[in-house]
Ligand binder design. Structure first.
Ligand code: NAD
Ligand code: ZN
Length: 359
């Protein structure tokens, strides 16, 4: 027997807070490289360059800045190639760090570039959306989309550090706050129900788009995702809990042509359906726990014209479905998830119907 120590669990820290650039400045001093690659979301580059650039240029003689176009379309083979060309033509070495500054799109694309160029460059994530801070920058999934589906080409690649600096959130639109909110609600539903009360308080105090007010929830969310991923590094079991609401959400996003509904909206609706299905199987979760956040979403599913039976059939055809079984993440009670492989299409159809009645 040859024991192999996998490196998928390399230790690193997630820094959270406001005004973290001095910490980042100190962190990059460990890299001997005289240059660094910075892949930045176009909006962030325009609005926050003055904020992050001095912290990096004080240590690196040269910063090679690649502007990542805004939007999901940047997770394409075309932009991936442009980025790889850019990085290689600048003459990088294995020790040249790549710093990704932006939302989940920038993080996923840049992470994949870092994972693949020279078989791996040191990667630092600087997430700048709520969603990226609480979700996409954690867990090591990187990648791009393929015409067959989203996130189908990629790799697991861990960063050296994550700097979730709330200072960037000052420019985040309300729509993007709501988008990230769904993942935070998800962590509350699957592990820490008290988080839902904390979010409700934040809303009551009219501080919904204030980074400072969000910091405790950002920390708790990042910790929760870290814990669940650590319990299951290569997604064989528990990591699936993070898909709570997402089995339904993927169908809604698809039915809306990936344009009509944001991921966060779809996940919110999906979580309502998952609560309905959980209750049908004996849980007694009060849907109001989630429904009290509904006004934030202004969501109508009128454009979903398929019937619950058709929606259920689409779920069954999902690429991740094994042996024709729909795999749902349901709750025994608030904070206690389980994986349920469904044969009973009636249960799923009814949960779709109940959800559609709400929206
Ligand atoms: P995004 O990166 O497209 O960012 C959303 C919008 O916010 C963009 O228009 C961007 O320009 C803008 N933006 C970014 N930072 C800003 C700031 N500080 N102020 C104002 N605007 C800002 O999308 P996202 O929601 O951050 O991430 C979604 C992506 O993440 C999807 O591609 C999804 O597949 C991926 N994702 C990955 C994982 C993972 O584990 N790797 C997990 C969840 C989601
Ligand atoms: Zn999600």
């Amino acid at each position: 027997l040859i024991p192999v120590q996998t490196s998928t669990q390399d230790k690193y820290n997630i820094h959270t807070g406001l005004q973290l650039m001095p910490e980042l400045e100190k962190f990059v001093e460990q890299f001997p490289s005289r240059s660094a690659i910075v892949m930045v979301d176009a909006f962030v580059l325009e609005h926050h360059r003055h904020y992050f650039e001095p912290a990096l240029s004080s240590h690196f003689k040269r910063l090679h800045v690649f502007e990542v176009p805004r939007g999901e379309k940047a997770k394409s083979f075309e932009v991936y190639k442009q980025a790889v060309d850019f990085v290689l033509e600048k003459g990088v070495e294995r020790s040249t760090p790549l710093i990704a500054i932006g939302g989940g799109v920038t993080g996923d694309l840049s992470g994949f570039v870092a994972a693949t160029v020279l078989r791996g460059l040191p990667l630092i994530h600087v997430p700048t959306t709520l969603l990226a801070m609480v979700d996409s920058s954690i867990g090591g999934k990187t990648g791009i989309n393929h015409q067959v589906g989203k996130n189908l080409v990629g790799s697991f690649y861990q960063p050296r550090a994550v700097f979730a600096d709330g200072t960037f959130l000052s420019t985040l639109s309300r729509k993007e706050w709501v988008n990230g909110l769904s993942e935070v609600l998800k962590y509350g539903m699957i592990r820490h129900p008290e988080m839902l009360d904390d979010i409700a308080l934040l809303l009551e105090s009219n501080r919904f788009t204030e980074a400072e007010a969000w910091l405790p929830l950002i920390r708790k969310s990042a910790q929760t995702k870290t814990d669940i991923v650590a319990e299951d590094v290569l997604e064989s079991g528990k990591r699936a809990f993070l898909n709570f609401g997402h089995t339904y959400a993927h169908v809604i996003e698809r039915e809306g042509g990936y344009q009509r509904y944001s991921h966060g909206e779809a996940v919110f609706a999906g979580m309502i359906a998952a609560v309905e299905a959980s209750n049908a199987l004996g849980a007694s979760i009060n849907p109001t726990n989630l429904l009290k956040f509904k006004p934030l979403y202004e969501l109508s599913l009128d454009e979903i014209t398929s019937s619950p039976a058709e929606l259920t059939e689409i779920m069954r055809k999902d690429k991740k479905v094994k042996d024709n079984q729909i795999r749902l993440i349901l709750l025994e009670k608030m904070g206690t998830p389980y994986i349920h492989e469904v044969n009973d299409t009636e249960l799923v159809e009814q949960s779709w119907q109940n959800m559609l009645n709400v929206f």
